[in-house]
Design a protein around this ligand. Structure first.
Ligand code: IMP
Length: 426
């Protein structure tokens, strides 16, 4: 059995797309299990850059089965856009499968997301993610399979739902509502275009695992954006942690053999919410500039700070992490000194575990250890042994603190700029 779940260990944007792409070369099947078009994965192959939001990055390999699971909220218009853009660049997309059970993101979800964020100031991506998941939990959402039912039945469902959403949009927010006929017509045209890709994806994944194929579950966002285990309310509305793969793909926990946590060599976050190691100075600006820390989905500048191992140890625990991938190590080239947060000072106490409540986290001050930096350009190094001694010491320190072995180190954005220390599908 060979099923690996890849997750983000911080607040998302850890470089999961690149690591997925490296692993996808060996995988037979790559599965998205949560989130939606709020995710943004950039993959660079040779001189080409691919930006994907919903389609798993495994699509760049012709023989890899790519699955959008039931736990993903699907903006069908965005999937069609991505399919067309991949096809225009000569990529074969026939291996994509989308769950019939996946909830559909409707135009009113995006509108409500935008309107609600004006009040809540969470800083969402405005892709309709929260409102679509809310409808699913409220049992009033429209799933892809619902769009395949008899038109009369569907029309009734759309009319009732859009009228209800319009009451919120018009009466509470004083904005213009939607015509349900237009929304329904557009959804029907889109589902028609996507028909060849729709399937019982839980079954396909189960069969792949049973046949001994290598299956990779590609988490989006990160541990601290998890609706239950993240920095609530500054989180997304799904389960990016490894447990989310079971529910969002329709597989049992006994099917998962490994959990790979992806961690950036420093920390970033987009949107609002506490961030203990955030640097509001020139060092923070330098990390942003060197790391090109601007959102793939929204273009927003990311907040940047030193590596926080309180977070990494927490991510190790809640994900049951077996392996780690460290990304963007090259961004730290040229720093004279590097800091690693090893605990938080809260009032007169030292905390080693990530606090349960936001009010405590907001008052935490990081306790740092300092490590010497390295001046060499490491971006073309392909073996761990060849890294500068200080870079090795930095990595070893992270391994010592987290207790998780590092199987991949990324030293640049390209596929080739990766140090591989083990075979994750072994
Ligand atoms: P939503 O997922 O659009 O509802 O946004 C909720 C929070 O999650 C906001 O702080 C977003 O910035 C953050 N978020 C959502 N997707 C990503 C991502 O892919 N990377 C980093 N942050 C994200």
């Amino acid at each position: 059995m060979s099923a690996t779940v890849l997750i983000g260990s911080q607040w998302g944007d850890e470089g999961k797309g690149k690591i997925t792409d490296v692993l996808a070369e060996k995988a037979d099947c790559v599965v998205r299990y949560q989130g939606g078009s709020n995710a943004g994965h950039t993959v660079e192959v040779a001189d080409e850059k691919f930006k994907l939001h919903l389609i798993p990055s495994g699509i760049l390999y012709p023989n890899t089965l790519c699955i959008v699971g039931n736990g993903v909220v699907v903006d069908m218009g965005k999937v069609i856009e991505e399919l067309e853009s991949l096809q225009a660049r000569g990529i074969d997309t026939s291996n994509l499968r989308i769950s019939l059970k996946a909830p559909v993101v409707m135009p009113y979800h995006k509108k409500i997301d935008e309107l609600e964020d004006r009040e809540s100031h969470i800083g969402t991506t405005k892709r309709g993610i929260g409102p679509t998941y809310a409808d699913k939990i409220n049992r009033i959402g429209i799933r892809i399979c619902d769009l395949l039912q008899e038109p009369e039945q569907l029309e009734k469902q759309f009319k009732k739902l859009v009228e209800c959403k319009n009451r919120i949009i018009e009466k509470i927010y004083n904005e213009e509502g939607f015509d349900y006929r237009i929304i329904m017509q557009e959804a029907l045209e889109q589902v028609n275009q996507l028909k060849p890709y729709l399937a019982d994806t839980s079954f396909l994944i189960y069969e792949s695992i049973k046949q001994g194929k290598k299956v990779l579950f590609e988490g989006a966002q990160g541990t601290l954006l998890d609706i239950d285990h993240g920095t609530y309310p500054y989180v997304t509305s799904s389960h990016p942690i490894s447990g989310g793969a079971c529910v969002g793909a329709g597989i049992g926990p006994t099917q998962i053999s490994k959990v790979l946590g992806v961690a950036k060599a420093y920390t970033t976050r987009v949107g609002e919410g506490p961030f203990p190691t955030e640097l509001m100075d020139q060092t923070g600006d330098l990390l942003r500039e060197k790391g090109a820390e601007f959102g793939t989905t929204t273009g927003r500048p990311r907040r940047c700070g030193w590596l926080d191992t309180v977070i990494l140890r927490y991510a190790t625990r809640v994900n049951g992490m077996t392996d780690m991938a460290i990304t963007k190590l090259d961004v730290l080239d040229g720093f004279e000194k590097l800091k690693i947060c090893v605990a938080y000072r809260y009032k007169d106490k030292l905390l080693y575990e990530f606090p349960e409540t936001l009010s405590i986290l907001e008052q935490c001050v990081p306790e740092y250890i300092e490590m010497p930096g390295w001046q060499e350009d490491i971006s073309s190094i392909t073996r761990f042994e060849d890294l500068p001694a200080n870079a090795k010491a930095y990595l070893n320190k992270i391994e010592e603190i987290t207790g998780v072995k590092q199987c991949l180190i990324a030293v640049g954005a390209k596929r080739s700029q990766t140090i591989v220390n083990c075979d994750l599908f072994e």
